[in-house]
Design a binder for this molecule. Structure first.
Ligand SMILES: *Cc1c(COP(=O)(O)O)cnc(C)c1O
Length: 370
């Protein structure tokens, strides 16, 4: 059986360090808003290349708190339009809509599934005040055209970096490219906790302080409450675990890239198309999504051979039941991707022997209905 992601093996790889970190934190008697979180936040900010990192409870909260703080700062107003890729995970959109902002879905590029910069201009209105890019699958979504577009139209550039910790745009890391970035440490992410976790990174000290306040009831200090906030904090045990895993993140990413390189070199079935990449460093391979017109049959075929795959994502946000006001939109590339995409197993603990088995199965696949 080749698992999509073997979290037990991944944890085992860093067993001693993780157990030491958890034990230290448990024995400390201090479980929230303490030095483990402070330390991880400092290390992660340095790694990403921002002045500030504010931990919170999960990636969705990171998005929600980021937008709420920008509203409180007056840099966004209720009803403002936010350009966002149509091809993304549902939480990206919730972060916008739950703050009374309006998502403007921009269709995907056919070659790599990222936001299509050629479609930005047509989506722009006088009410557009920000662009939220998503480094989907772990691939850098940023490019010079997007940079120029934000500058020309004076848009806030925001990032959903939930899938791309460690990804590079030139010499800078994703998560440091705009005004602020949301990160998730869901266990299956490249930098994953053992439970939920998230963070916002930014160079803006006022924004960081506001996000910290909003994640702690709205308190500016204990029992002093200028804003209505929520309780969304990264706990000490998760922070201690994340600090261990952060030390190994670059090694883990390199292991993912080696699997991806192997897939790229050896998958040769003409019915399967591979994701296009620019530079090797601009992809951290959170996912390795292939595309085929025979997706469901291929997934069943692989399952029968003990190979687990997942679909990211079977239904685009604008077609979800909760977003019926967007059902009329036509986003053909995104819709086609959702029908054709299939994520192959990839992880830092996957072996080349396992990748070979996946490749052999893929290359031997012939659909019955053609
Ligand atoms: C995982 C993910 C989120 C949400 O993070 P959670 O920690 O699960 O709340 C948001 N955006 C994207 C692109 C994600 O992949």
């Amino acid at each position: 059986m080749i698992k999509f992601l073997d979290l037990q093996s991944l944890t085992h790889k860093y067993h001693d360090e993780i157990h030491e970190a958890v034990k230290r934190t448990v024995d400390s008697g201090w479980y929230l808003l303490g030095k483990e979180t402070q330390q991880f936040e400092a290390h992660y900010a340095t790694y990403i290349g921002t002045h500030h990192c504010v931990g919170c409870a999960n990636g969705l909260d990171a998005l929600l708190l980021m937008f709420k703080a920008l509203l409180l700062q007056g840099r966004l107003k209720e009803g403002d339009e936010i350009l966002v890729p149509a091809n993304t995970f549902i939480a990206t959109i919730h972060g916008i809509t739950e703050n009374g902002l309006r998502p403007i879905f921009v269709d995907a590029r056919d070659d790599n599934g990222q936001i299509d910069e050629a479609k930005l201009s047509a989506a722009l209105t006088p009410r557009t005040h920000a662009l939220l890019i998503v480094h989907l699958y772990g691939q850098c979504a940023m490019n010079q055209a997007i940079e120029a577009f934000c500058e020309e139209h004076n848009l806030l550039l925001l990032e959903d970096n939930a899938q791309a910790h460690g990804c590079l745009y030139g010499t800078r890391r994703t998560g440091s490219l705009g005004t602020a970035a949301a990160h998730s440490f869901y266990p299956g992410k490249n930098l994953g906790a053992m439970g939920d976790g998230g963070a916002v990174t930014t160079d803006d000290g006022e924004l960081a302080a506001l996000i910290r306040q909003l994640g702690n009831y709205g308190y500016s200090e204990k029992y002093v409450c200028p804003e209505i906030g929520k309780n969304s904090r990264l706990d000490e045990i998760q922070a201690a675990i994340l600090d261990v895993k952060l030390r190994h993140l670059d090694t883990d990413i390199e292991a993912r890239r080696n699997i991806a390189d192997f897939y790229r070199t050896h998958i040769s079935n003409p019915l399967i198309s591979l994701p296009q990449i620019s530079e090797r460093e601009a992809h951290v391979y959170h996912l390795f999504p292939i595309r085929t017109a025979h997706r469901n049959e291929l997934q069943n075929y692989l399952r029968e051979r003990g190979i687990e795959t997942l679909i990211h994502y079977p239904t685009p946000p604008h077609k979800q039941q909760c977003y019926s006001e967007f059902h009329h939109l036509s986003l053909p590339v995104t819709e086609r991707i959702s029908a054709e995409v299939l994520s192959l197993p990839i992880s830092p603990v996957m072996t080349l022997q396992e990748a070979r088995e996946v490749v052999d199965a893929l290359n031997a696949f012939t659909p019955t209905n053609s």
